[in-house]
Design a protein around this ligand. Structure first.
Ligand code: HEM
Length: 428
């Protein structure tokens, strides 16, 4: 029963000595394979299930260098197969949708201009002001199952929270948010691959965003889309398509990542009772200091972004002693780099108090995650509220029965069934 729609599960490959990467069994515990690659083949060429050949970069210093190397472009036009018209690059939804000219697919100078514009609207201040709303959303979702004594933390909690949060931030009216949730759900279920349902969802989202931007232009509000329109009206150039692509990438980049931060994070805490108790005790004592390092460590230890942040070599270069030809795709394996013993003490140990933790979970260099402050806020709020309101929540399944959604980009649980002492019903 391989995960439906997982673009990589169908044809797990082992080019050379690579362990069966990309299979769904692999997704359950990829770390031994990463350790093997780091040691034996740190910059390793492999054939992806799509047939595309790419380099996997697994050591921390190489990964960090690759993420910030201007010779490695984010623009799929630099992929040799795209350049020679041979076929797809594997970028989700690449063909047809002009929503794809977004930050994660472009290089300077366009990237610099667009990133500056969105940074004006997506400020840390806006995110901080959003904290009470995130708390409210979190509590409302937990209210939905707190008295039942059981829940699936993925479907009932980790999945809806980020999508509602981003919709609110962007200014998508509440009555339209469930449509967004459904479109986004389609993208997650199908691993973002260019399949029929996903293409339809992208199309609907594009039409909706174009219409929304049009409406907002006539009636600017205090939301992020209005902020983008305002920025573009002040002499800077942000076309309507660029604004729609920006809204799309905020949704796309900020959704499944955060689902998995919360899901993987809750799962990791369930599997490490002593560390969980430490965090719970410190929260009970009103000490929030540990929370900050804890969420960073959860991200390092079992982060949402797994195999791939794509890059394409714009010219020949050497990385980790390996020659990479012009046009070759390079996949920086963040999850492998973040367990590199050359950079992290005891990398396979979860230590929520870890201070020396320059993990690459949010990337590095000019494409460093724009949404990191929001992700931190959501992750911290979600986990604190779970630990505080459902202090004894425990896994309601055998650990081996949990199923993971593997893929080229993200790794996260399909379901996370838990049980707990029900909250007493509230008067009124
Ligand atoms: C970029 C991870 C949440 C928006 C990135 C990158 C990573 C990342 C690794 C760099 C990709 C690369 O260099 O190829 C994460 C993780 C998250 C998260 C682990 C949650 C735990 C969010 C949220 C948003 C967001 C909540 C916005 C609402 C973006 C955007 C970029 C980005 C717009 C592109 C930045 C650029 O190219 O300049 N993210 N992200 N992310 N992220 Fe996040």
């Amino acid at each position: 029963d391989p995960p439906t729609g997982c673009p990589v599960a169908a044809s797990a490959v082992a080019a050379g000595p690579t362990p069966a990467l990309f299979s769904w069994e692999f997704a359950a515990d990829p770390y031994p394979a990463y350790a093997w690659l780091r040691e034996h083949a740190p910059v390793h060429r492999t054939r992806l299930p799509s047939g595309v050949e790419a380099w996997l970069v697994t050591r921390y210093p190489d990964a960090r260098q690759a993420l910030a190397d201007a010779r490695l472009s984010k623009n799929p036009v630099h992929h040799s197969e795209a350049a020679h018209g041979k076929g797809k690059t594997g970028i989700p939804g690449e063909r047809g949708a002009n929503l794809m000219t977004h930050l994660l697919n472009i290089d300077p100078p366009d990237h610099t201009r667009l990133r500056r514009l969105v940074s004006k609207a997506f400020t840390p201040r806006r995110v901080a002001a959003f904290a009470p709303r995130i708390q409210e959303l979190t509590d409302r979702l937990i209210d939905g199952f707190a008295q039942r004594g059981s829940a699936d933390l993925i479907h009932e909690f980790a999945f809806p929270l980020p999508i509602y949060a981003i919709c609110d931030l962007l200014g998508v009216p509440p009555e339209d948010q469930d449509d967004f949730r459904d479109w986004a759900g389609m993208m997650i279920r199908h691993g973002g691959g260019p399949r029929g349902g996903v293409a339809r969802s992208v199309k609907k989202m594009r039409a909706y965003l174009a219409e929304l931007i049009h409406r907002k232009r006539a009636d600017l509000g205090d939301d992020l889309i209005s902020g983008l329109i305002r920025a573009s009206d002040h002499g800077e150039h942000l076309t309507e398509n660029e604004a729609a692509a920006m809204a799309f990438i905020l949704l796309f980049a900020g959704f499944e990542t955060t689902v998995n931060l919360i899901g993987n994070g809750a799962h990791t805490l369930l599997r490490h009772p002593a560390q969980r108790e430490l965090l719970q005790k410190s929260l009970a004592a009103g000490d929030e200091e540990l929370l900050g390092t804890a969420v960073e460590e959860l991200l390092r230890y079992d982060g949402p972004v797994e195999l791939a942040t794509w890059r394409y070599a714009t010219r020949e270069l050497t990385l980790g002693g390996q020659r990479i030809a012009e046009g070759d795709p390079v996949l920086v394996v963040l999850a492998a780099a973040d367990r590199d013993p050359a950079r992290f003490d005891e990398p396979d140990v979860l230590d929520l108090t870890r201070r020396d933790n320059p993990h690459l979970g949010y990337g590095h260099g000019i494409h460093y995650c724009l949404g990191a402050p929001l992700a931190r806020l959501e992750g911290q709020t979600a986990l604190t509220t779970l630990l505080t309101r459902l202090p004894d929540f425990r896994l309601a399944a055998e650990p081996d029965d949990l199923r993971w959604r593997g893929g080229l980009i993200m790794r996260g649980l399909r379901t996370l069934p838990v049980e707990f002492t029900p909250e007493p019903s509230r008067p009124g």
